[in-house]
Design a protein around this ligand. Sequence first.
Ligand code: DON
Length: 307
Amino acid sequence: MDLQKLVDDVLKDVEVYRGHGEVASYIPALKAVDPRKLGIAVAAEDGSVYCAGDAEEPFSIQSISKVFMLNLALDHVGATLWNHVGREPSGSPFNSIVQLEAEKGKPRNPLINAGAIVVCDNVMNHGTADEAVSEILDFMRERAGDASVAIDANVAQSENQAGFLNRSLAYFVSAFGNLRNPVEDVLSIYFRQCAIAMSCRQLARAALYLAFDGNDPVTRDAVTISSRARRINALMLTCGHYDNSGDFAYRIGLPGKSGVGGGILTVVPGFGTVVVWSPGLNSAGTSLAGAAALEKMVERTGWSVFV
Ligand code: DON
């Protein structure tokens, strides 16, 4: 398959959606992004990355970071993580608080905000918040093979200032005894992981190990154990898009994770990864043109976990 032609063709397919949807505005620093940006990157087993449009431009990865933090938390604490967070789709928006009361401060899954905050607590474990942030940043740099990956301090500060809902979630979870570290320390990790800036190219390369049973196919690093990589993919498929997860699985049929910066990471097991970026979002916080691009891509290739 000519992958360069594929990404070029898909970019043309979705030109009509460029600028559609709403750019996230509840984090002030995110609303400054040009809504007409549109990038696509496909990373293949040999590490080649095929790019089209704005695929080289760093964007705020936001909730996509939750996938990699989950990996680190499982590496730290193993299955005991599941005493603190569930593995079921929430059917609710990413920042919803409603289930937390009935479920006694145990978030439904690690990919909604409340769950991701619990994940941060487990990565922090007995260390400091700064150490946990260094760990995720070093992980992303190493996996991307690019030491220039960085946190956008402006976005991190904006997240913190606008973080009323996330604070509510974190204090609520803590009230049930489900955080062992100081709430503001845990939140400071979460705000900074969401503010990591990466391009489609860097992110596609970084996630490649998830398509190959936890092994980086280029460096041969055993990044994580195979069962863990498969389970992270299962959680992405069932929970990666909040109350839009069913629709995403139906339309695209691949494990994926959205972020309100407009990025979507998808994993094609045994083949590679696809990352799209376009800042206009649907009502569930998933990139509108990005999801359309993924739909066109699977139409053209037949990629699906259901073949
Ligand atoms: O916590 C927040 O609201 C953001 N930092 C991340 C939310 C997000 O990306 C939801 N994904 N679509």
